[in-house]
Design a protein around this ligand. Structure first.
Ligand code: GLP
Length: 262
């Protein structure tokens, strides 16, 4: 794992977008795993700007989102399909048939979960998985105690997650769906590269547990410590409780991999 600390949320998001753009330019048929949440809005705005201003081409790319709420239709403004349309899909030249989210309205969520895994496999697996960090340490919707080898499946959301995501449901956690379908921790760990983005002081304590604490199903993001190529991009506020800040700064300033990004 590498931790890259940028001064503010905008520069952190821009770095994440530039990492994605570099991969996409190197491999136009990239299979990209996508995430939702407020943190990602800046990343998608940067990608849209790169598409408009520098012709970043999504026409051969496939995408797989991490998760979707169960029980609300795709057209619902709170659905992750609506989020993706609003922030990315409708602004870039991604083929509609290659942008995948789990179907939260499928009658049989077990069958839908197996189908989603099969679609990822058929696409050749995920090359780069973008991830946010839940306030309870989740990745996707892998809530505390999710098996670290789990695959795509239905999960009940914690009160903390429903609270965190209430803004898209009129501010009322009771209106946030109680269940979601999410890639499992094991599905995420199968990606060839993982890129986690966390910004803001509110993420500082849980980020420190996820990256410097023990690997535990209580903080599913901690499983990323097992991944052979995982980069964690944070702003200074989210990095505030990390022990190894000086080393992480040194890495970004000195490692050749980051020459193009400084
Ligand atoms: C939701 C998503 C997660 C995401 C989290 C972060 O819970 N299911 O994948 O990491 O939001 O949200 P935010 O960026 O708004 O803090």
């Amino acid at each position: 794992m590498e931790i890259l600390i940028l001064p503010d949320p905008q520069q952190a998001a821009l770095l994440a977008a530039r990492i994605i753009a570099k991969e996409l330019r190197a491999r136009p048929a990239l299979v990209l795993g996508l995430a939702t949440g407020r943190t990602m809005e800046r990343v998608y705005a940067c990608l849209v700007a790169l598409h408009r201003e520098q012709g970043l081409d999504f026409s051969h790319c496939s995408t797989f989102n991490l998760d979707e709420y169960i029980g609300i239709p795709a057209e619902h403004p709170g659905s992750y399909r609506s989020y993706m349309e609003a922030h990315l899909f409708r602004h870039v030249n991604l083929a509609a048939e290659r942008s995948h989210l789990p179907d939260g309205m499928a009658a049989d969520q077990g069958a839908e979960s197996r189908l989603y895994e099969e679609k990822i496999r058929a696409a050749g697996g995920i090359d780069l998985q973008l991830l946010g960090l839940g306030s309870d340490g989740h990745i996707g919707f892998n809530e505390p105690l999710s098996a670290l080898l789990s695959r795509t499946r239905e999960k009940a959301l914690t009160p903390a997650t429903r609270q965190q995501n209430a803004a898209m449901f009129g501010g009322d956690p009771g209106r946030v769906p109680a269940r979601a379908i999410t890639m499992g921790v094991g599905t995420i760990l199968d990606s060839r590269r993982c890129l986690l983005l966390a910004t803001g002081a509110g993420k500082a304590a849980i980020l420190a547990r996820a990256v410097e604490g023990p690997i535990t199903a209580m903080v599913t993001a901690s499983a990323l410590q097992l991944h052979p190529k995982c980069q964690v991009v944070v702003d200074a506020a989210a990095a505030a409780q990390l022990q190894g800040i000086d080393y992480y700064h040194w890495i970004f300033q000195n490692e050749p991999e980051w020459d193009d990004f400084r």
